[in-house]
Design a protein around this ligand. Structure first.
Ligand SMILES: Cc1ncc(COP(=O)(O)O)c(C=O)c1O
Length: 395
C-alpha cells in the first residue's frame, strides 16, 4: 500500500511540469475536475510505464486529449465566468495556511461582505456547492428536534425541507404554488401558528423565476423570537440585496451564478444573533466540515468592515426568467436541443413542479451584458420558428 502511494506521488511529481506547460500554453482548466482530468492525461505516460505494478489499468479515455466544447451558458447557472476569472485558475497553488493564501482569504472575505452588504464577522466561503451552504445554514441554526418553518413555492424550498428532515428537525411548511411568493401576512400567520425557532425562505426560486420580497421579514421573525435563513443562490450579485439592512440572520449563495465563478464555492454569512444561537447550542453541530465555528476559525472571522443601505420589492427574479411554453407547443425539448446543436447555447426546461411548463433562461454575471441578452433573444426566436412545426428527428 505504501509502495502504491509512493508510486502515485512519483507519477504526480513527474506530471507536474507537463501539466504546468499545458497551463502556460493557454489551455483553460476551468474547474477542479478538469484540472484533475488534465493531470491524469499528463501523467499517463509514466502511468503506462508503471502499469505492470497496478491491478487497475490506466483508463483509456483519460489518455485522449481533453476536448471540451465552448458553450454559452444561458441556463439558470452555471454562467460563463469572465476571462479574468478563468485566468486566475492558472495561478500557482499555495498551501492552505501560507501567509499569501491567508491574505487571499482576507481579501475574499472583504469582497463577500461587500456583496452580501453586511458587517457580519462570520462571512466566509464554504468549499462545496449551494447545497453545502443550505445544509450548513440549517444544521448550524436548528438543532435536532427543534422547529423550522420552511416557505415552499418551488423545488428549493422543498430541498430545504428535505435537508431539515434528514437532520431530525421538527419541520413545518407553508406552501404556495410555483410562480407565487409568500406575502408578509402569510409569513406572519405562519410564525403565529407554528412558533418556529428558524424560518427558511428562498429569495430566488430559480425553478419558477420568482423573487421573494424580504422587506420587514427579518424584523418580523425577530419579534416572534425566530431566526431567518435566506437562500440567494440564484440572485446574489444579480439583484439588490442588503443583509444587514433587512435584518437577516443567515444568507448564502453559490459561486457559479451571478458571481461569475466556477461551481464549488458557496459564500455564507451569519449575523451576531445567529452566532449567539450557535454558541448556545446544546448539541455539537452534526457535521465537522460544515460547523460554522470551525470554518470561522479558519477564516479569521473577527473584524468587520463597512455597511450600506437600500430596499427592494421585486417579485419577478431578474436573474432567471421563466418563459411559459405556449399551449399545444409540440415538443418543448426541441428548442433547447436546437439551440445547443446549432449555436452551442444552453437553455433549460423547468425544474420539479415547473418541468414541461416553462423554459428557463439565466442572465447572470458576465452573461448578462446587453450584447449577450440580444444574442440570446435573436437565437431563441430563430429556434422557436425553426422547431415549431418540425418533428424532433429533423432538428
Ligand atoms: C435557489 C437555489 N438554491 C440552491 C441551489 C443549489 O445550488 P448548487 O447546485 O450549487 O448545489 C440552486 C441551484 O440551482 C438554486 O437555484
Amino acid at each position: 500500500m505504501a509502495h502504491t502511494r509512493t508510486l502515485f506521488c512519483k507519477l504526480c511529481l513527474q506530471a507536474s511540469p507537463q501539466a504546468r506547460r499545458m497551463g502556460r500554453r493557454g489551455v483553460p482548466i476551468p474547474t477542479r475536475v478538469h484540472c484533475l482530468n488534465a493531470n491524469f492525461k499528463a501523467f499517463s505516460l509514466s502511468a503506462k510505464m508503471a502499469e505492470w505494478q497496478t491491478k487497475v489499468p490506466v483508463p483509456k479515455q483519460l489518455l485522449e486529449p481533453l476536448d471540451l466544447p465552448s458553450v454559452h451558458l444561458f441556463g439558470p447557472g452555471p454562467a460563463n465566468p469572465s476571462l479574468r476569472t478563468y485566468n486566475a485558475h492558472a495561478m500557482p497553488l499555495l498551501g492552505h495556511l501560507h501567509p499569501e493564501f491567508c491574505k487571499v482569504m482576507d481579501e475574499t472575505k472583504a469582497g463577500l461582505k461587500y456583496v452580501f452588504q453586511t458587517n457580519n464577522a462570520y462571512t466566509l466561503a464554504i468549499t462545496g456547492s449551494g447545497h453545502a451552504a443550505m445544509e450548513a445554514a440549517i444544521i448550524n441554526l436548528v438543532e435536532r428536534g427543534e422547529r423550522i418553518l420552511v416557505c415552499v413555492n418551488g423545488l428549493w424550498g422543498n430541498r430545504a425541507r428535505d435537508i431539515a428532515e434528514r437532520q431530525g428537525c421538527d419541520v413545518q411548511a407553508i406552501e404556495k404554488p410555483p410562480g407565487e411568493y409568500h406575502t408578509y401576512a402569510e409569513i406572519e400567520q405562519g410564525l403565529k401558528d407554528h412558533k418556529p425557532s428558524v424560518l427558511f425562505l428562498v429569495h430566488s426560486e430559480s425553478s419558477s423565476g420568482i423573487c421573494q420580497p424580504l422587506d420587514g421579514i427579518g424584523a418580523l421573525c425577530h419579534r416572534h423570537n425566530c431566526l431567518i435563513i435566506v437562500d440567494t443562490v440564484a440572485s446574489l450579485g444579480g439583484t439588490p440585496f442588503f443583509t444587514d439592512d433587512w435584518d437577516l440572520d443567515c444568507v448564502y449563495t453559490g459561486s457559479q451564478k451571478c458571481l461569475g465563478a466556477p461551481p464549488g464555492i458557496s459564500p455564507i454569512t451569519f449575523s451576531p444573533r445567529a452566532m449567539a444561537k450557535v454558541n448556545s447550542r446544546e448539541l455539537k453541530v452534526p457535521s465537522f466540515y460544515l460547523d460554522i465555528k470551525e470554518l470561522g476559525n479558519y477564516w479569521g472571522c473577527d473584524e468587520g468592515p463597512r455597511r450600506f443601505c437600500h430596499t427592494s420589492n421585486a417579485m419577478r427574479l431578474p436573474t432567471v426568467t421563466s418563459i411559459r411554453i405556449p399551449e399545444g407547443f409540440p415538443d418543448w425539448k426541441a428548442v433547447p436541443t436546437y439551440l445547443m446543436k446549432k449555436h452551442k447555447i444552453e437553455l433549460v426546461g423547468g425544474l420539479g413542479p415547473t418541468l414541461g411548463k416553462v423554459w428557463r433562461v439565466g442572465f447572470m454575471g458576465h452573461n448578462s451584458s446587453l450584447e449577450n441578452v440580444d444574442k440570446f433573444l435573436r437565437l431563441f426566436k430563430e429556434a422557436l420558428e425553426a422547431v415549431k412545426n418540425r418533428p424532433k428527428s429533423q432538428i
